[in-house]
Each structure stands twice: as structure tokens, then as C-alpha cells.
Write a protein that binds this ligand. Structure first.
Ligand code: IMP
Ligand code: MG
Length: 188
């Protein structure tokens, strides 16, 4: 790697959302959730692995309510293309019956993932269920889903950073950046 490499990955296009902007927005969402769930004593943040990890760990520390966290792992993507196929790789451990659940994801693209997981969770009788996503690619939605808390609405770029990846790379970037798909060389 040359001394003057600007980014730790050579496929970064541009920084779309800075770490400071993310922090401010996460604080706002946390304040809203703290307010909305002020009467709840069974609040569960349910994150989708692995993309939501950075978001959920920042968000949870800013929420001024008692809460617990749990995770599910679902996969729907290979590289930058949606396969339109959602698979549960590992399920959450909490019995969510009677819990106020907030489903947390990194990004809503077509909406199929959230639609699928939402329906699955509703069958498990939570007291309430809301959806929270850091990023929302509004122009890409193929299904209508309610997103109750959104960090940023972004155009149709493939992005990495703050937990988001391309083929598992880029999650550790503290900002959200576009991927220059011409510079990106896939491993597969
Ligand atoms: P959806 O089912 O099409 O809404 O896809 C949602 C999932 O696709 C997210 O949870 C991400 O894991 C992944 N995804 C969609 N767009 C991007 C992106 O721009 N960067 C990284 N992952 C993405
Ligand atoms: Mg994901």
C-alpha cells in the first residue's frame, strides 16, 4: 500500500455521510426512541447481522431506557446484486411474545429483507413491532414497508462503512462511502 493512499480500501468512491453526521443522527433517533418507549419496560432492539452491528451498538448507548438486544442473521445478497432470496442463517434467542421490538437494519434497499423478517416476527406475537434503518434507498423499494425510524435517505449508490460491506469488506470505516464499482475487484 502506498504512503499516500487516501482510504484503507482502494474501491472507495466518495464519502457520502461523515462520522459526525452519523453521530448526530443516531443521537436524534435515540432521543426519539427514548421518548416513544418511555412507558415500556420490555424494549428489545433486534439487529440483523452483520450490517447493523455498528449502528445498534452506538444507538443502544444513547437510548435512555432499559433495554435488551438480540440478533438474527439473514442473507439476501451476493456482491452488489440482490438475489431476491432471503434465508435465515441464525435466529434470535429471546421469546419476543409481549416485547416491544424494534427491528434494526443497516439499510433498506428493495425492502424484501425487512418485509420477510417483519412478517416472521409478527407471527411470534410481539407486543409491538417497529422498524429502524440507518439508511434508506427510497428509489429502490420494490415492496411497501413501514420504516418508523430512518437515519438518512440516500440515492441509488452501493455504499460501505459504519457496518455496511461489499463482500465483507468495508464494515470498519467510520463513515458511509460509495463504492466505485469500476475499481472494485470481486474475489469471486
Ligand atoms: P433489501 O432486502 O433489498 O432491502 O436488502 C437489504 C440488505 O441488502 C441490507 O440489509 C444490506 O445487507 C444489503 N444492502 C443493500 N444495499 C446495500 C449497500 O448499498 N451496501 C451494502 N449492503 C447493502
Ligand atoms: Mg444486511
Amino acid at each position: 500500500m502506498s504512503e499516500d493512499t487516501k482510504f484503507p480500501y482502494d474501491f472507495i468512491g466518495e464519502i457520502l455521510i461523515t462520522a459526525e453526521e452519523i453521530e448526530e443522527q443516531v443521537s436524534d433517533i435515540a432521543a426519539q426512541i427514548s421518548e416513544d418507549y418511555r412507558d415500556s419496560d420490555k424494549l428489545l432492539l433486534l439487529g440483523l447481522l452483520r450490517g447493523s452491528v455498528v449502528f445498534i451498538t452506538d444507538l443502544m448507548r444513547k437510548i435512555q431506557r432499559p433495554l435488551t438486544i438480540d440478533f438474527m442473521s439473514v442473507s439476501s445478497y451476493v456482491g452488489a446484486e440482490s438475489t431476491g432470496f432471503i434465508r435465515i442463517d441464525s435466529d434470535h434467542k429471546t421469546n419476543i411474545s409481549g416485547w416491544d421490538v424494534i427491528l434494526i437494519d443497516d439499510i433498506v434497499d428493495t425492502g424484501y429483507t425487512i418485509q420477510y423478517v417483519r412478517r416472521l416476527l409478527l407471527d411470534r406475537n410481539p407486543k409491538s413491532l417497529r422498524v429502524c434503518a440507518l439508511l434508506d434507498k427510497v428509489d429502490r423499494h420494490e415492496v411497501e414497508i413501514p420504516i418508523d425510524y430512518v437515519g438518512f435517505r440516500i440515492p441509488d449508490y452501493f455504499v460501505v462503512g459504519y457496518g455496511l460491506d461489499i463482500d465483507e469488506k468495508g464494515r470498519n470505516l467510520p463513515y458511509v462511502a460509495s463504492v466505485d464499482l469500476e475499481k472494485y475487484v470481486s474475489d469471486s
